[in-house]
Design a protein around this ligand. Structure first.
Ligand code: C2O
Ligand code: CU
Ligand code: CU
Length: 497
């Protein structure tokens, strides 16, 4: 047994009994239609019971809260039919998939209330865990908060050779982790205060697959968990209450080359990981999120206080009580798949991406990296601007035109006082370095969302192989959804001049 996880833990739900059986979203395979498989999704209004004796108005996809897990296979064609009945415009974005821009479900593919959108695409992805959620201007955060999100599970032949636990709902378990706040009448409390506006919406109640105080009772010795941080803004540091080691086998865009032994794993909003956990000792254990110590320097003023409080809360996420007899199942291989590494010398272009939050009279001003206080890291906050390269998202401004087939290095920097998870549409990138060092082993695979901490510098490399479209853009943005809604987003075209 490993040593105890580091750092203090606060248990926001300490008194609670974890006795609600973990819900498992239905896995749907679609129905054959011509040479494609067709998936019917309806964005709808619902009602859910999370707290005792209260009903929470929610949104869901084909149900009351969250949506089914879509099962795709590499190489096949899928035909999606997305009907919007939520009472306002929405959209549905396939996070992590490489699809034509017009089918990406970003803010320019809005689905009006009552309308049906029918994108179709080939599954080019490696086996892995992806997800879908709305992506409308100004409303993404709120719609996801109310319940619009679901998982995508892609299979391929290479992964099937590995004998990993892959019996969905039995030893292959999705965990969609979210935090929420409730009003007294049971309704969700969204964007309750100024703190939420600045740092994104944080809650004090955890939902896993829409289950409050959940318990899972494994029937097998080995379990694969597919972790999705689907919170609007909160970063989780996953660990087990007894400090046991687990193996991370996949990052955002699929399997790693080798499994990585970990005792804790940090995932920001939008990030995914697949982990293998051994329950053969039959011990009860709790999946937790560890509290982080305050790591923001003390300045005078409310902003500094706020930043220091960020992610200092720990939570119990999921009680795990293995059954008495556990079946032998699957393998936990050290070596997983080959990954073609993008090479720095193959890049045609390097693009700086500076993440900033201006608060104060100089709010949003971007004077480039390293120009001291007032450029984000220091004091003097008080307005509200989340920007990339000094700009907010503007509908009519294309931030980048990228030639089809090219490879680019994006230099990410963050001169703001908090971490921003940076996400790029249309595929997966690799991290060249994090603050000049090779990234940790579990960040050496495919990524589409990456944590850029305050003051950090990262270089990512990406190849734009597919789907030129000189008119329809893809998005890149901070995946703290309130930041995205406030304009911390840009658009790029993949062009074939
Ligand atoms: Cu998960 Cu642009 O989004
Ligand atoms: Cu995305
Ligand atoms: Cu952000």
């Amino acid at each position: 047994m490993g040593k105890s996880p580091s750092g203090p833990r606060l248990f926001a739900q300490e008194a609670a009994e974890f006795s609600n059986r973990l819900k498992i979203p239905e896995l749907i395979d679609g129905t054959p239609a011509g040479n494609a498989r067709q998936f019917q999704l309806t964005l709808q209004q619902g009602a859910s019971t999370f707290l005792p004796d209260t009903v929470t108005p929610t949104l869901g996809i084909n149900g009351d809260f969250l949506g089914p897990t879509l099962h795709f296979r590499q190489g096949e064609e899928v035909a999606m039919s997305v009907q919007n009945l939520i009472g306002e415009a929405s959209s549905l974005h396939w996070h992590g998939l490489r699809v034509p821009a017009i089918h990406d479900g970003g803010p320019f593919q809005q689905i009006e209330n009552g309308a049906t959108w029918t994108p179709g695409f080939r599954i080019l992805q490696r086996a892995g865990t992806y997800w879908y959620h709305p992506h409308v201007f100004d409303k993404t955060g709120e719609q996801v908060y109310r319940g619009l999100a679901g998982l995508i599970l892609v299979d391929d032949e290479e992964s099937q050779q590995l004998d990993l636990p892959s019996n969905y709902g039995i030893d292959d378990i999705p965990l969609i982790v979210q935090d929420r706040q409730f009003n007294e009448d049971g309704s969700f409390r969204y964007m309750a205060d100024y703190r939420d506006l600045v740092m994104g919406s944080h809650g004090n109640v955890i939902l896993v697959n829409g289950t409050i105080n959940p318990i899972f009772t494994p029937s097998t010795k080995l379990v694969r968990f597919r972790l999705l941080n689907a919170a609007n803004a909160r970063t989780f540091t996953f660990a087990f209450s007894d400090g046991r080691e687990f193996q991370q086998i996949a990052s955002d865009g699929g399997l790693l080359e080798n499994s990585v032994n970990l005792e804790e794993l940090e995932l920001a909003p939008g990030e995914r990981a697949e982990i293998l956990v051994d329950f053969s000792n039959n011990q009860n254990v709790t999946l937790v999120s560890l509290s982080r110590g305050p790591n923001f320097p003390v300045f005078i003023g409310a902003m500094s206080e706020m930043m220091r409080a960020l992610n200092t809360e720990g939570f119990d996420l999921l009680a795990i009580h293995p059954q008495t007899t556990l079946a032998d199942n699957g393998q936990s291989p050290d070596s997983l798949v080959g990954i073609e590494k993008f090479r720095e010398e193959d890049a045609q272009n390097t693009r700086p991406i500076r993440l900033s939050m201006g608060y104060g009279q100089r709010s949003g001003e971007d004077r480039g990296p390293g120009i001291g206080a007032r450029n984000g890291l220091g004091g003097g906050y008080g307005g509200g601007n989340h920007v990339i390269n000094g700009r907010k998202m503007a509908v009519s401004f294309v931030n980048a035109r990228i030639p089809l087939g090219s490879t680019e290095i994006w230099e990410l920097s963050n001169n703001s006082p908090m971490m921003h998870p940076f996400h790029v549409h249309n595929g997966q990138f690799q991290i060249l370095d994090r603050n000049g060092q090779p990234p940790p082993l579990n960040e050496q695979g495919w990524k589409d969302t990456v944590r850029v901490g305050s003051g950090e510098e990262l270089r990512i490399i990406m190849r734009f192989d597919d789907y030129a479209d000189n008119e329809n853009p893809y998005m890149y943005h901070c995946h703290i959804l309130e930041h995205e809604d406030l304009g911390m987003m840009g658009q790029f075209l993949v062009v074939d001049e």
